[in-house]
Design a binder for this molecule. Structure first.
Ligand SMILES: [Ca+2]
Ligand SMILES: [Ca+2]
Length: 183
């Protein structure tokens, strides 16, 4: 009986400690983002860092390079992120139209284009920014996603483009480090 009471008391104490620890986490610990490493940049409040755009001959080569750098091809979740990435690429490659992003479509039988998805597996849907009339799968050969950044067509919007064969800029994204501050 005494053992049981003791065990119960221990459990109650443990619960209190856990509850206290939880409320402390919620009320007095703040997280702030650290600056991005050299060669990477970001904007205020973004949970990610973005690498200085580079050129690749294919979407697959671009993705491989991003993965080797501890990130992946950029995924776009908001207008703010979209425009930041587009303008970043335009700054370095002002005359190239398509900047490759981390979006790819399934290739169905008969060169039909399946649904596009992000490299992290999410379907396209929460934020959508296609140019009117796109994706058009021109010549049945456009299975990769890009932001169209030059000025001939409505800028900063998405286009489907061939995955290989054209030298295009790409942008890598990786998680931004956080500093935890306790009061
Ligand atoms: Ca992103
Ligand atoms: Ca297209």
């Amino acid at each position: 009986m005494a053992k049981k009471t003791l065990l119960l008391l221990a459990l109650v104490l443990m619960n209190n400690v856990m509850f206290f620890a939880q409320s402390k986490t919620m009320s007095s610990v703040k997280k702030s983002y650290l600056p991005c490493p050299t060669g990477w940049t970001t904007y205020a409040g973004s949970p990610s860092c973005y690498k200085k755009p580079q050129l690749a001959n294919s979407w697959y080569t671009a993705r491989k390079a991003c993965l080797a750098d501890g990130g992946d091809l950029v995924t776009i979740s908001s207008e703010q992120e979209n425009n930041f990435v587009a303008l970043l690429s335009q700054t370095y490659f002002p005359t190239i139209h398509n900047t490759l992003i981390g979006m790819i479509a399934e290739e169905l039988t008969g060169k039909k284009q399946g649904k596009f998805h992000w490299v992290d597996g999410r379907p396209i849907g929460q934020y959508v920014n296609w140019i009117a009339g796109e994706p058009n799968n021109q010549n049945n050969a456009e299975y990769c996603g890009a932001i169209y950044v030059a000025d001939k067509r409505p800028g900063l919007k998405w286009n489907d483009t061939p995955c290989v064969g054209t030298k295009s800029p790409y942008v890598c994204e990786r998680e931004r480090a956080k500093r935890v501050i306790a009061d």
